[in-house]
Design a protein. Structure first.
Length: 160
């Protein structure tokens, strides 16, 4: 399955939305873990940014899950993803590393949603979920990811 081609079925769309959910779950878990660590270290600006990013990813995940409900597809429970992330991902103690990680997460998510929107727009397939609602939801998420990239970049530049 590739985002360089139009999406041809509900099944493909469901799988791509599930990829978005997993992406959001990973971002949520990483940002949450980093927020706890930066809070303990007393860096309020970074903690606030990471807590906001974690909450935003949770909202994105719920929006994607709502779209999947219309496609009658199952998702991977967040708790399973969070345990995998915690077991396999060691956060960098350095604040610049935390910000760089968050920037990469935000940019990856933005690019994924941008490509997904392009693929849906190029598709002539009729989906069981309303196309307008689908695209509106994905565009909103993409816009929030772009804002996240800007916020992280501004904070990184302020620390130079």
């Amino acid at each position: 399955m590739s985002l360089t081609q139009p999406i041809a079925s509900d099944h493909q769309l469901a799988r791509l939305l599930q990829i978005g959910i997993v992406l959001e779950e990973v971002i949520e878990a990483r940002a949450g873990k980093h927020a706890t660590e930066t809070d303990e270290a007393g860096d309020d600006d970074i903690t606030e940014l990471l807590e906001s990013a974690s909450a935003e990813s949770a909202r994105h995940r719920r929006r994607l899950e709502n779209l999947l409900d219309d496609l009658d597809a199952e998702t991977v429970p967040f708790e399973e993803i969070q345990m995998l992330v915690e077991a396999q991902y060691e956060a960098d103690e350095e604040f610049d590393g935390v910000l760089y990680d968050q920037l990469c997460n935000e940019e990856t998510a933005y690019k994924f949603y941008d490509d997904l929107i392009d693929s849906i727009e190029a598709s002539e397939t009729g989906f069981s979920v309303d196309r307008g609602r689908l695209l509106d939801t994905l565009r909103l998420i993409r816009e929030e990811e772009a804002e996240g990239v800007e916020e992280v970049t501004e904070l990184m530049e302020a620390r130079l």
